[in-house]
Design a protein around this ligand. Structure first.
Ligand SMILES: [Zn+2]
Length: 308
């Protein structure tokens, strides 16, 4: 069992880590996108509200604020939930409209997707949306126009890059910490956290890794980032991850099922340890604090060609 409260001797003054929740229902995840079609979504029993309320309660216990990157599709159907999130002091930001990954769009389609999602989110919340997270961290070398579109639409920050090798996503050439993707805009990207293990980058910012691996791994990784590198970590998870009773999709591939269902029962307890052990805040606050330290994006030659 891990310490339930922060260790007062913990040398983390000043560092506030970014805490985020990607708000989508249990059937809208990348792992099931080939077995549950978007056309079926409206006929499936939703669980997202109850799960979000569970998350809000968990954050309230630790007195932390976070950012809820929410699908426009979900907000449209659950406007009261959006208001509850805002009333609890959290940030509402965009996760796109219906979880289509950025590299499946043309720039014009992407522009329309983020415009549509934001209009719904601002309508429901009554507050300006200034942050964006691409579904499945799908901004990478294939989408050189994505940051420009976000900046043109007035976003202050994005947290859409996983600077790591992964079979479903990842942009391993990208910087590990806050960077300015465009020379003409102050918009910054806050990549999801990676740690260095045996000279390699490993994903350490949440999602399935947090659920599947022991909590000690995440503690080690966040300490490495905070103490040795002096930077904030960016952590994310999903509301369905605190819902061990969700329906099982039996006809999904074995690997998808493993990724989706392993560790659900212990997830809430692990999150509790995590939010109590480190300092956390909303992503807009972290973006503001990181702005002065964000480096211009410089890529190795191979990736630079793709951006030309
Ligand atoms: Zn997502």
């Amino acid at each position: 069992m891990n310490a339930p409260f922060p260790d007062p001797s913990s040398p983390l003054p000043g560092i506030v880590n970014g805490l985020s929740v990607d708000v989508e229902d249990w059937f809208q995840v990348g792992a099931f996108e080939n077995v549950i079609a978007r056309g079926e979504w409206d006929s499936i029993k939703t669980r997202v509200e109850d799960n979000v309320y569970r998350v809000i309660d968990l954050f309230a216990e630790a007195d932390v604020s976070a950012t809820f990157f929410t699908l426009g599709w979900v907000a449209k159907r659950h406007p009261n939930m959006i208001r509850r999130i805002v009333d609890a002091g959290h940030e509402i930001a965009s996760h796109g409209y219906d979880h289509a990954r950025v590299f499946t769009f043309t720039r014009a389609e992407f522009a329309e997707d983020i415009r549509k999602a934001r209009a719904i989110l601002e309508d429901c919340s009554g507050v300006a949306v200034t942050g964006y997270r691409a579904p499945s961290f799908s901004i990478d070398g294939r989408t050189p126009w994505a940051f420009a579109e976000l900046a043109e639409q007035g976003y202050a920050y994005s947290s859409s890059v996983a600077p790591v090798v992964h079979d479903h996503y990842g942009w391993p050439e990208a910087p590990r910490f806050a960077f300015k993707p465009l020379p003409w805009s102050s918009m910054i990207e806050l990549p999801v956290t990676t740690a260095i293990l045996g000279g390699r980058r490993v994903a350490a910012g949440g999602g399935g890794f947090f659920r599947v691996l022991p909590y000690g791994f995440s503690r080690w990784a966040i300490r490495q980032v905070n103490r040795r590198e002096g930077r904030p970590a960016m952590f994310y998870f999903h509301p369905w991850e605190v819902d061990p009773d969700q329906p099982r999709v039996g006809h999904a591939p074995l690997r998808s099922r493993f990724r989706h269902y392993t560790g659900l029962a212990r997830m809430a307890e692990k999150l509790r340890d995590l939010v109590h052990e480190f300092r956390w805040g909303r992503m807009d606050l972290v973006a503001h604090r990181e702005a002065a330290r964000a480096e211009p994006l410089v890529l190795p030659e191979r990736a630079e060609d793709a951006l030309a």
